[in-house]
Design a protein around this ligand. Structure first.
Ligand SMILES: [Mg+2]
Length: 404
């Protein structure tokens, strides 16, 4: 019998702030920006949630609702370090783990009962270690499938430990709302609601073929999830499917050089991530938002796949120059890399120049690991130095996007 454990940090970004600064413990902390800035709260602490601030609440509204709250811009690079330490602790328990987001992972703990009296004991020890070493509270679910473990981890929050015994999956799921099933979005929920289906128990009575008619191949996955199995489509899903780096701008910007500097910096960060996870991207999206909220985006196929910011930047620059047509300021820029391929080193053996370049990238990464990201500053991003505070970990952008 397989056993999976899903672990998720409670209010991760806010909790990291409280972990670094003990004075913030028990206080309503809101990560996203300062009260006089525009933007939204990315992560409210539970104390802030209790007072009506949620993910997506505008900063202005959050400041109004909790005038004595602690608003912080957030520092993605610190969060990334915490995320890495969290994953290291998890890997101590088993290498059979998939990182699902910066603060979330699913572990295959089948067979680990040799080392622990029970899965619950293992979970408790994992929770304790994360609390002792990182001062972060976690929610954990255990079950016979990934989907059961995930749903169990979410059922009560924060600081939860839920174990669904084998054989009890269907009954466990039956009273829950269909929205608890991963992959049922707003549209799916609406379709089911129109059919009068609100709970997973009701969904369990719908024939699979009918769900396929409604949702296409996703219908099979939904049918499997409804009874608590992972289904055919979810086996060995890969961990990181895309890398996203984006930022809102404190002021609307029209200066093309400065905007391109942002793109280069975002691509540097994104490619560093790609190299860390040994993936190359096969598709790039370049996006921006005008000050009047018109969104523009373009896509490019990257062939052969690459993790080299210089290669991607050349393409992004061309795309941006053709897309930026209006003489209006820009308030948000971002890049999204997906269609990730495991890196094929063979390529670099065939092409000498490519190999040299990869070595160079590798050594830059190492210097940065030792001395901080800005130990190596590239010409194109120098212009950002006049606009952002420099930290050892990088430029302090306004709202660094999270990696998915
Ligand atoms: Mg979380």
């Amino acid at each position: 019998m397989a056993t999976f454990l899903h672990i998720d940090v409670d209010a991760f970004l806010a909790a990291v702030e409280q972990s670094i600064n003990r004075k913030l413990k028990g206080k309503p902390v809101m990560v996203g920006g300062l009260k006089n800035e525009r933007g939204i709260v990315y992560c409210p602490s539970y104390e802030a949630r209790a007072r009506g601030v949620h993910l997506g609440t505008t900063l202005a509204e959050a400041a109004r609702k909790i005038p004595d709250g602690v608003m912080v811009k957030g520092d993605w690079f610190t969060y990334e370090q915490y995320s890495n330490r969290l994953m290291d602790i998890i890997r101590d328990f088993t290498p059979k783990m998939d990182q699902i987001s910066p603060d979330e992972a699913c572990l295959d703990i089948t067979g680990l009962e040799r080392h622990f009296a029970s899965p619950v004991e293992l979970a408790q020890e994992l929770k304790n270690r994360v609390m002792e070493e990182l001062s972060l509270s976690t929610s954990v679910g255990i079950g016979s499938s990934r989907v059961i473990a995930k749903i169990a981890s979410e059922i009560i929050k924060p600081n939860n430990l839920t174990f669904v015994a084998p054989g009890e999956e269907k009954e466990f799921l039956a009273p829950l709302k269909v929205s608890k099933i991963p992959g049922i979005g707003r549209v799916g929920k609406r379709i089911l609601k129109e059919m009068g289906i609100k709970t997973i128990g009701q969904l369990q009575t719908v024939p699979e073929d009918y769900l396929v008619k409604l949702f296409g191949q996703n219908g099979r996955k939904i049918a499997a999830y409804a009874v608590g199995t992972d289904g055919p489509l979810l086996r060995n899903y890969s961990i990181v499917r895309s890398v996203n780096r984006e930022t809102g701008l404190a002021k609307d910007i029209t200066d093309k050089t400065l905007l391109l500097g942002h793109y280069f910096y975002l691509l540097e960060r994104a490619c560093l991530r790609l190299r860390e996870i040994h993936k190359k991207t096969g598709r790039m999206t370049v996006k921006f938002r005008y000050c009047d909220f018109e969104n523009v985006e373009g896509h490019a196929t990257i062939s052969p796949p690459s993790w080299d910011e210089k290669v991607l930047y050349k393409i992004a620059k061309k795309m941006f120059e053709t897309m930026y047509k209006r003489r209006k300021g820009i308030r948000f820029v971002g890049v999204h890399l997906n269609n990730l391929k495991n890196s094929v080193y063979a390529e670099s053996f065939i092409f000498d120049r490519a190999e040299k370049n990869e070595k160079l990238l590798g050594s830059v990464d190492k210097v940065r690991e030792k001395f901080g990201f800005l130990a190596v500053t590239t010409g194109r991003t120098l212009t950002l130095g006049n606009h952002y505070k420099k930290k050892a970990t990088g430029y302090e952008l306004r709202t660094p996007g999270l990696s998915k």
